[in-house]
Design a protein around this ligand. Structure first.
Ligand code: PLP
Length: 288
């Protein structure tokens, strides 16, 4: 637990003593915390491999941006760095998922709640190797929702993930594993916990992040790999027809990294197995 996750101006020893090691199986958070009563808070999840937190700074920058979008005080990033350092050091597992949380705290208390949760990462070999069946689902918002209605917080990584979870149950009812959201005005957005990446020959495309979606850190790393290996990359609007016509489609996210999509709305599809294997190898071993 982080004693005061939005503290400012602290030195190294204060930071170290502001991190309290806690057993996640024990109660740590009040039932009055707005995270519990309203889902009012933000989070990030990153991968730590052999002690190295992947894309740590982009994740911290996104946490900061989510705080800004929710009018939360700025998180003390040095304190989160220290919490992550201690959490990783305390684990003997080589591959960890690291979750960062900042909540609005107890209503009226004027103090945020924050913690870092470190856990051995799940085994995604099956999905990475054999791919996922995906359904497209209407997101119910236009693609320009972040500009027209910023109070809906699209583009912030909030703790209100009940919808992001319910769509997995809808996918299961439809015989699929995962989801790609389509905006109400017909543009491909993102997965409930991932970024969509499309391949057209030697060109990779992902939906641009001005459409109320998250800037994916795994997708950014995939693009780094692609550009270093002679492919071109692009951020733009994407239509469902293009999604269906793409040579390959991947869902990219931290920890799971990239998984190929092998079916969309009941129609089987292939993927570039060579590019997938090479990019996945880069993603799971990178130190950036
Ligand atoms: N989009 C949403 C809604 C997400 O929740 C996530 C990750 O959880 C992503 C995209 C992928 O982001 P990242 O690659 O940084 O994990």
């Amino acid at each position: 637990m982080l004693d005061d996750p939005t503290q400012t101006g602290t030195d190294a020893s204060t930071l170290a003593s502001s991190v309290r090691r806690a057993d996640p199986a024990d109660p740590q958070i009040s039932v009055l915390d707005l995270a519990v009563t309203r889902g009012d808070g933000i989070f990030e999840t990153l991968d730590a491999i052999d002690g190295f937190g992947q894309a740590l700074e982009p994740h911290l920058a996104r946490l900061e941006n989510s705080a800004r979008l929710l009018d939360l005080p700025a998180p003390c990033l040095d304190l989160y760095r220290e919490g992550i350092r201690q959490g990783i050091a305390a684990s003997t597992h080589p591959r960890l998922s690291v979750k960062l949380v900042l909540t609005r705290g107890i209503e009226g208390a004027g103090r945020c709640t924050g913690w870092v949760f470190v856990d051995p990462e799940p085994d995604f070999t099956e999905a990475r190797t054999h791919g996922l069946k995906v359904v497209t689902l209407d997101r119910g918002y236009r693609h320009d929702v972040a500009q027209t209605s910023p109070w809906l917080l699209q583009g912030a990584k909030t703790l209100s993930y009940a919808v992001n979870k319910s769509v997995y149950r809808e996918a299961e009812r439809r015989g699929a594993d995962d989801v790609i959201f389509i905006s109400s005005d017909g543009f491909v957005l993102e997965g409930p916990t991932s970024t969509a990446v499309l391949q057209f020959g030697r060109h990779l495309v992902t939906p641009s992040t001005d459409q109320g979606i998250l800037a994916g850190t795994a997708q950014a790393a995939f693009f780094d790999y692609a550009e270093a290996n002679g492919l071109t990359t692009e951020y733009r609007t994407v239509t469902p027809d293009e999604l269906r016509a793409a040579d390959s489609v991947w869902l990219a996210s931290s920890v799971r990294q990239i998984v190929p999509v092998v079916e969309i709305d009941g129609v089987a599809r292939g993927f570039d197995a060579e590019l997938h294997a090479a990019a996945l190898d880069y993603l799971v071993t990178r130190r950036s």
